[in-house]
Design a binder for this molecule. Structure first.
Ligand code: PLP
Length: 389
């Protein structure tokens, strides 16, 4: 009897991972594929980080660690928040997890239950609603469009809050839109949550990937009350290109950190021991790599944005963060899945349908790929769109 639990059956499998897998398969078969689906930087993990993990492995640092992470890493993370965000966390408030995704799931499990509502701006990162469902709570979406750069307003947030609202999920810079809220906008959203007693899960994993002078300011940093209402989610995947290491963290008020520690101690236990040593090297070592990466991401972003806006049927607001563009495809007459399927079949270009992020009139283009690939892929998208309109 292979009865699947209601919780598991309620899930929509991750469309982004599915398209990525299909693209990788086509590539492995030797097909001339251009992949715009990637959710990871195309750069290698910096050498000093790899060296630190390799040295730890060689020295036999291969056993269980405390479930919440090694003290050295929790301290390095607390110091990062002090140095870069002006936030004071004790190491006990930091829990190291197996990736930012795991950190998000822990936060939602630790704070939400049956009957709770979780407010999620849409377009949203694909996993948030499913995690909320896994926790038995209900996702409630705050729709936005490209006309307002995909930004939720404080009024919209306020109007959506009910006595059941438990958590508001803020993701700036955003996946999939690249939107970055200004400090004033972040503060205003935080104000509403503080006033209404709603917790904020602030997913800041793209904090370092900013363009056009955009500034990241953590919602926790505006006042003691903001700090007490905020749980920060972060990770090593994006700014250090460590997606495969599975290393992320949460910074939270202590009672929530303790709850996350308990959940983690009974589920995954500690993140990989020697990966954590790499994490220490990432946070305490040089950040020179980031300058080069940002310059390259920025060059690609400008190029792709210009090209997308010249393609008939497409229009694209510019992104100020992360490494995605989120063009509107409604001018082609196709919805996102049909668009992406036909694009993959006829032109061998992999992009992610916006419906995966709750926005069926858009597709997501990742520019975490070479300039040569971008040129080739955009040529093909252009040819594809010209065939439609
Ligand atoms: N949060 C957002 C918004 C993301 O885009 C991602 C990765 O794509 C994550 C969290 C989780 O990243 P990881 O679990 O690889 O650290």
């Amino acid at each position: 009897n292979y009865r699947i639990s209601q919780r598991a059956a309620s899930l929509t499998p991750s469309l982004t991972l599915e398209i990525d897998a299909k693209a990788k398969r086509m590539k492995a078969e030797g097909q001339d594929l251009v992949g715009f689906g990637a959710g990871e930087p195309d750069f290698d993990t910096p050498q000093h980080i790899k060296d630190a993990a390799a040295a730890a492995l060689a020295a036999g640092f291969t056993k269980y660690t405390p479930a919440a992470g090694i003290p050295e890493l929790r301290k390095a993370i607390a110091e990062k928040h002090r140095r870069e965000n002006g936030l004071e966390y004790e190491p006990e408030q930091i829990i190291v997890s197996c990736g930012g995704k795991h950190a998000c799931y822990n936060v939602i499990l630790a704070t939400c239950q049956e009957g709770d509502e979780v407010l999620i701006p849409s377009p949203y990162w694909v996993s948030y609603p499913e995690m909320v469902k896994l926790a038995g709570a209900t996702p409630v979406f705050l729709p936005t469009t490209d006309r307002t750069e995909f930004k939720v307003t404080p009024e919209q947030l306020r109007a959506a809050i009910t006595p059941r609202t438990r958590l508001f999920i803020l993701n700036s810079p955003s996946n999939p839109t690249g939107t970055v809220y200004t400090p004033e906008e972040v503060r205003a959203l935080g104000d509403v949550c503080v006033e209404k007693g709603v917790l904020i899960m602030s997913d800041e994993i793209y904090e370092h990937l900013l363009y056009d002078g955009a500034v990241h300011r953590s919602v926790a940093s505006f006042s003691r009350a903001h700090y007490e209402h905020t749980i920060i989610v972060h990770g090593f995947a994006k700014a250090w290109s460590m997606t495969g290491w599975r290393l992320g963290w949460t910074a939270a008020p202590e009672p929530i950190a303790r709850a996350i520690d308990a959940i983690q101690s009974h589920s995954t236990s500690n993140p990989t021991s020697f990966a954590q040593k790499g994490g220490v090297a990432a946070l305490t070592g040089p950040m020179e790599h980031l300058k080069t990466w940002l310059a390259e991401f920025d060059r690609r972003r400008r190029y792709a944005w210009e090209r997308l806006n010249r393609i008939p049927g497409l229009s694209c607001v510019n992104a100020r963060g992360a490494f995605y563009l989120f063009p509107n495809i409604s001018g082609t007459g196709l919805k996102s899945v049909e668009f992406c399927k036909r694009l993959l079949e006829t032109e061998k270009v992999a992009a992610v349908p916006g419906v995966a992020f709750g926005a069926d009139d858009y597709i997501r283009i990742s520019y975490a790929t070479s300039m040569a690939n971008l040129e080739k892929g955009l040529d093909r998208i252009e040819r594809f769109c010209r065939s439609l309109v």
